[in-house]
Design a binder for this molecule. Structure first.
Ligand code: FNR
Length: 360
């Protein structure tokens, strides 16, 4: 009998062994040289912990509140595309796991299940991730659907004016079998004779002219809180606050867009400082261990989003796999908190980590 995976890496290996190469490469890959892809994880390794001892850690509380919603730990599900390529139940399975783990799922705009299917399958708190189509009426209709079906916030992803060059997808001629057929969030008729059809889809449909003033447009069509995802500088964090958003996600899109963008953990503190605690800062990119979650919280994130590990869990074992991935990360975080002298999330402070810039 195959051994049960005990960490996220082993789930990745299981997914790799089980998935068609084209799909595994699509999930695992990054842009161009994949410098940022490696850096997202490597930069975590360059941060060490500063544990404190003789603190009562007989009870550990990992629970937190995001935009008013209480969740069991600061580990949320990032929006990622096309879950049915990983497992036939797709996003419905992921959402059920989110509910079982009492966390928040952000449903991708590129979902292979409809907003309605995901909403009716479970009672997890769900946010909806948005790309804005050139056809604003289509984007507005989607926002209305998400509102109607109980999604609690919009996550506007702002780092895809064009699709990054993911060379594995081009090489594999990655095409989306669902693109034309499924009754999902989009039904664009996109064909591309050479290479991947993802790029053609994105570049034909997404609005590259989107800019800061369009947040006002989005606010005019919805009452949902808006988070912007894809912020990497203090300057843009300030602009986001000026535009009136309810939160920020520090993200480089899992290093799938602009190669040589910084490892997200290396810019988290800059963004947190710029916001001066006025709005929550969420974080994603390279989180593979509970210690990574701890480091992001110590540097000021309110919670982390996890992307690829969720897909690996889904590919390996469906809903149960997603649940296990989240539970493993929670177990690791809880242990890290205990061994660092932090019984609750508010006890995790900047002084619990040492980055390369710190002299102490
Ligand atoms: C993504 N990401 C993403 N983001 C988004 O806003 N909308 C989307 O549809 C997708 N799709 C997507 C597909 C795949 C396969 C990946 C790996 C990522 C980015 C995602 O939300 C998140 O920013 C990263 O995945 C975080 O990095 P890790 O956890 O994968 O290292």
């Amino acid at each position: 009998m195959a051994l049960e995976p005990v960490n996220v890496r082993e789930f990745q290996q299981m997914a790799k062994d089980g998935l068609p190469k084209m799909y595994y490469d699509f999930y695992a890959g990054g842009a161009e040289d994949e410098f940022s892809l490696k850096e997202n994880e490597e930069a975590f390794r360059r941060i060490t912990l500063r544990p404190r001892v003789l603190v009562d850690v007989s009870r550990i509380d990992m629970s937190t509140t995001i935009l008013g919603y209480r969740i069991s730990s600061p580990i949320m599900i990032a929006p990622t595309a096309y879950h049915k390529l990983a497992h036939p139940e797709g996003e419905v399975a992921t959402a059920k796991a989110a509910a079982a783990c009492n966390t928040i799922m952000i449903l991708s705009f590129m979902s292979t299940c409809t907003v309605e299917e995901v909403a009716s399958s479970c009672n997890a708190v769900r946010f909806f991730q948005l790309y804005v189509y050139k056809r604003r009426d289509v984007a507005a209709a989607l926002v209305k659907r998400a509102e109607r079906h109980g999604y609690k916030a919009l996550v506007l992803t702002v780092d895809v004016p064009r699709l990054g060059r993911r060379e594995a997808d081009i090489r594999n001629r990655m095409v989306l079998p669902y693109l034309k057929n499924f009754d999902g969030l989009f039904s664009a008729e996109v064909d591309s004779d050479n290479g991947s059809n993802l790029e053609a889809f994105a570049n034909q449909t997404l609005d590259a002219s989107l800019c800061w003033k369009d947040i006002a447009w989005l606010k005019s069509i919805t009452n949902l809180p808006i988070l912007v995802k894809g912020i990497l500088t203090g300057e843009d964090a300030i602009k986001a606050m000026e535009a009136g958003v309810s939160g920020i996600v520090v993200s480089n899109h899992g290093a799938r867009q602009l190669d040589y963008s910084p490892a997200t953990i290396s810019v988290l503190q800059e963004v947190v400082h710029a916001t001066r605690g006025k709005i929550p800062v969420l974080f994603d990119g390279g989180v593979r261990r509970g210690t990574d979650v701890f480091k992001a919280l110590a540097l000021g994130a309110q919670a982390v989003l996890v992307g690829r590990p969720i897909i690996y869990g889904l590919a390996a074992k469906g809903e149960a796999g997603v649940r296990q991935v989240i539970e493993i990360l929670k177990t690791e975080l809880e242990l890290t908190m205990a061994l660092s002298g932090c019984p609750s999330l508010k006890d995790i402070t900047r002084s619990h980590v040492k980055t390369e810039r710190d002299r102490i």
